[in-house]
Design a protein around this ligand. Sequence first.
Ligand SMILES: NC(=O)c1ccc[n+]([C@@H]2O[C@H](COP(=O)([O-])OP(=O)(O)OC[C@H]3O[C@@H](n4cnc5c(N)ncnc54)[C@H](O)[C@@H]3O)[C@@H](O)[C@H]2O)c1
Length: 249
Amino acid sequence: MKWDLEHRRAVITGAANGIAKATALLLAGEGTRLVLVDLDADKLAATADECRTAGAEQVETFAADLTDGEKVHELGDLVRDSMDGLDLLIPAAGIIGRDPIDQMPDEHWDRIMNINVRAVFQLNRELLPQMADGGSVVLFSSDAGRRGSPGKAAYATAKAAIVGLARSIVGEVGRRQIRVNIVAPGFIDTRMNAQTFAEKGDVLADETPLGRNGRPEEVASVIAFLCSDASSFVNGTIVPINGGHYMAG
Ligand SMILES: NC(=O)c1ccc[n+]([C@@H]2O[C@H](COP(=O)([O-])OP(=O)(O)OC[C@H]3O[C@@H](n4cnc5c(N)ncnc54)[C@H](O)[C@@H]3O)[C@@H](O)[C@H]2O)c1
């Protein structure tokens, strides 16, 4: 499928792995210009090489821990200097945690909140002023943000917070024809879920009407739709991408 994303300028965080990497590769094939960000410098460089091979018009990389607010500021400078602004913001970098509430150290709670929520807020604060009119932002919630997730309270709280953040920004940038939407993936086969799938991947697949877990590419294609003019009147919405798994609960 072809999207109208050629020459558009995208910032994608978490691009060394999983859903963000699949999104980067899809957009690269459309001729999008990319700034790719991740903590893992080596894997980020590998993603960038694959994106160049796939046809990206321009690929910049920024290896950084986005829980450091100063790095978010430096990223803003890179976007300004290398692409003179942006059209698409896809802050996918995130982590999950596995702590029952009575055993969760403050540091785990803070780390999960800092990357999954605070960095997303800071990225929007830094980059929305540079975004061209008609741009698109796609934020990452989760089924966990709606249903909760025992043993993952910090993650579920963070993913619920993203909905409030997104729907507030919508009202601030809409008159610039900038849209802000949310994807809420279910169980997608990435390293984030490696332990969960090792423990009960088949059970989760069985609970899903489609009888399987999702692939990163199946989230990337929805993100591309939300970035493209094909979704030009879709704004402030949550798109579940879970194979119908929400019918299980
Ligand atoms: N996989 C799923 O089933 C699923 C479900 C719902 C929501 N999501 C969301 O989708 C997004 C992508 O998840 P994924 O499954 O592709 O995960 P992933 O673990 O495969 O990739 C996440 C990436 O974020 C990067 N990252 C983590 N902390 C960072 C930091 N402090 N600074 C910079 N980069 C950092 C990691 O290095 C990694 O490359 C996340 O926001 C996640 O919460 C995933």
